[in-house]
Design a protein around this ligand. Structure first.
Ligand SMILES: Cc1cc2nc3c(=O)[nH]c(=O)nc-3n(C[C@H](O)[C@H](O)[C@H](O)COP(=O)(O)OP(=O)(O)OC[C@H]3O[C@@H](n4cnc5c(N)ncnc54)[C@H](O)[C@@H]3O)c2cc1C
Length: 411
């Protein structure tokens, strides 16, 4: 898609700024076209770059300047994101939770003190956060969560329970925690949200190894963890409303990067030309379907950013399409690469975690793509949301609706 007039000038301005500010080795690596160049993942360069992006307001281009954003509208914000993605200079995925979930949650629900305390560390990348929502017995049906927070007489809460699949919890300074504060109310009416200090006594974090060999998410245990009431986000027992706004932001954030699909699709099209796959009719049909889906996704994403009156289920539509599209891109990439995807030498292998088995870049991308249709709500759940909120179909039957959470546990 090409911009016109003022938007094209703005794109040029952002590109000039990125080229002048990116660490020179990083820029050289991008221009050399070597995706495995270590300059692209150097931690010191990443930290310096994050700080520069933050000072310019580009961590959160659409946030108001008083909270550290650039105050841009949706179209200009989309230009910033697409230029950063083009230079492989978008923010590291591990900062997704603080920027996409916690920041908007603090702006909507936080006190002035909470915003002043937490937002600067989120925007500069100094503070990592994790999302402490899912539990062994509460994933798709998140509202049935069982981690308990009990109020004390001296203005604290005592938390006990367990979370799971908490991305980057082992690296996080804080966690956005949902806990049950009233088991006598229906399941989604007795939950409260907290801004948890992950260094508090009684918090234990255990990384989990994934299919790819990397350790990206963790189990988190709470054993009599004391949380001050000043770390409560939003009203007592109203945590479900806080969670819903965070989950909407997560879905939109996970789908917001149709740029991500473009960045992944372009090398696959180049690979198809290089390997001759493009000449095979059935492969060409599949590639054409990818291109058409990516274009439709990009336009729908743009429309949802510009037209705020669209249904709040738009994030579910774009999340569903983007995650399934990204999986198809990874599958076709693996197929096109042929034997190279199964046999790799030392220079082309990825070692996801120290001590893990090396794997080819194509195999890693294929395995890694499986998570996309689960994280942030599975594809089945997105289809349920679309069915109910967009198509107006009947709500899914729930025999427990309205019953106190305590009775559900006994039943
Ligand atoms: C990479 C990754 C990162 C994650 N990061 C985090 C994180 O940081 N913090 C966090 O809190 N959670 C995180 N999660 C957890 C994620 O939100 C849950 O895995 C997800 O919500 C599904 O829950 P579940 O795994 O318990 O599966 P279940 O809810 O047990 O679902 C099992 C299967 O049943 C289907 N199903 C369930 N209910 C229905 C229904 N009503 N209708 C139709 N089908 C249904 C599901 O689609 C799925 O196929 C992460 C997950 C992944 C994969």
């Amino acid at each position: 898609m090409t911009d016109s007039g003022e938007l094209a000038d703005f794109r040029h301005e952002v590109e000039q700024w990125v080229r002048a500010t990116l660490p020179p080795k990083w820029l050289a690596a991008i221009e050399s076209g070597d995706p495995g160049d270590p300059a692209l993942t150097d931690p010191e360069a990443t930290r310096t770059w994050f700080e520069a992006v933050s000072r310019r307001g580009f961590t959160v281009p659409h946030w108001p300047p008083e909270y550290g954003g650039a105050g841009l509208d949706a179209e200009h914000g989309a230009v910033v994101r697409s230029v950063l993605a083009h230079y492989r200079a978008d923010l590291p995925i591990r900062h997704f939770v603080p920027i996409t979930l916690v920041g908007p949650g603090l702006i909507s629900w936080g006190t002035a003190e909470q915003r002043a305390r937490y937002l600067p560390g989120i925007i500069s990348g100094a503070d990592m956060w994790c999302q402490l929502f899912s539990e062994p017995g509460a994933g798709s049906d998140l509202a049935s969560l069982a981690t308990r927070a009990v109020a004390t007489d001296d203005g604290h809460w005592i938390v006990n329970g367990q979370k799971v699949w908490s991305s980057f919890a082992d690296q996080s300074r804080y966690g956005l925690l949902l806990a049950r504060t009233d088991p006598e109310r229906p399941k989604n009416a007795g939950i409260t949200c907290f801004l948890l200090d992950m260094r508090a006594p009684g918090v234990t974090v255990r990384p989990l190894r994934q299919l790819t060999g990397s350790e990206h998410f963790c189990e988190v245990f709470f054993d009599n963890v004391m949380v001050p009431d000043s770390a409560r986000l939003g009203p007592v027992h109203e945590g479900w409303r806080v969670a819903l706004s965070a989950l909407d932001a997560e879905r939109s954030g996970l789908s917001g990067g149709s740029e991500v699909a473009v960045v992944a699709l372009e090398p696959v099209l180049a690979l198809a030309r290089e390997t001759g796959g493009w000449q095979e009719e059935s492969m060409r049909d599949r590639l054409a379907a990818l291109i058409a889906t990516e274009r439709a996704l990009a336009l729908t994403t743009l429309r949802s950013r510009v037209r705020t009156k669209d249904s709040d289920a738009t994030g579910s539509i774009t999340k569903l399409v983007q995650s399934e599209l990204s999986q198809r891109i990874a599958e076709i990439r693996f197929e096109l690469a042929g034997p190279r995807a199964a046999y790799w030498d030392d220079t082309s292998a990825i070692v996801p975690e120290p001590g893990a088995e090396p794997v080819s870049a194509e195999a890693y991308a294929l395995l890694d793509s499986r998570r996309l249709t689960i994280a942030g709500g599975t594809s089945e759940i997105q289809r349920n949301i679309i069915a109910e909120r967009v198509l107006g179909l009947d709500r899914e039957p729930d025999p427990n609706r309205g019953r106190p959470w305590r009775e559900l546990r006994r039943g």
